[in-house]
Design a protein around this ligand. Sequence first.
Ligand code: AHR
Length: 340
Amino acid sequence: MRRGKWLGFMLFLLFACNGCAGEPERETDTIAYTQDQTEIDEGLTVVGVSQIGAESDWRIAHTESIRSALVPENGFYLLFDDAQQKQENQIKAVRDFILQDVDYIVLAPIVETGWDAVLQEAKEADIPVILVDRMAEVSEDLYTCWLGADFEAEGKNAGKWLEEYLAQAGRAQEEIHIVTLQGTLGASAQIGRTEGFASVMKEHANWNMLEMQDAEYTQAKGREVMEDLLDKYADIDVVICENDNMAFGAVDAIKAAGRTCGPEGDITILSFDAVRAAFDAMLAGDINAAFECNPLHGPRLVQIIKELEAGRPVDKIQYMEEAYFDTDMDLESIRETRAY
Ligand code: AHR
């Protein structure tokens, strides 16, 4: 550890300042570890992780993967900050990590824009920044590498799946009415999935996107937005949900409205993430297909940091492997093998 000797002292200062300012305290390890400064092991690599929040099953699995990988047994001391879906909290967390002089900063940026200043500060402090999950729209010299999903490919795969599904159902030429529950606007996952699906839509003049609305990646907002869309449109054929939790909310709204969905229902539901609960929803006949977004970044982060510590270069852009699942597959068996 290059900087660890200062960490306990800085943590103490941060803790003191937090109290003085009278700000509501967020859940962070920064604060938690002030209770036990003597436990910081000089041999560990200190990593500050700024997580977006806990808005979805995917996000919880992502956090768990990182938390269980960046552990002392693997040579790491983790400082974790949950930004509660607020970019300003993430910027503050990154600044705190810089003050603490951590060895690495891992940032999952809530949206793509607005990071130039704080990442420039990290660069000036000579702290490597690893972006995970979503991308930041900044100059390439402000981050060491990015690890995440090919969101545009996920969106395209969903479009291609729908194309084939409609063809098999003899509906290739029918007017198809689609609505989209989008994720947080400006997030890479939202931008990529929306653009990927739109690229397939362009090939189908009979696909009509009635409306796209931001449902913030949460189940509650998914339900609320779907209720609104069902009120507005009587003829929805397909709902694209840019994550599983919004799909669960949409299914709730559809059922509450006395409508049906899934392979045997009136409304086709496509979703992204493919968390275990999405398998349950497919098995229950509520969702037609789920396009995987792999949240298991922890082990890859360990590899990346170990390479960097050994002075070896790493690939700038690193994609996770992903698949898709639908109700024609043996979902019971696949579900057994799922880690999230
Ligand atoms: O950025 C990945 C997306 O963020 C996941 O699809 C979603 O569930 C999460 O909140």
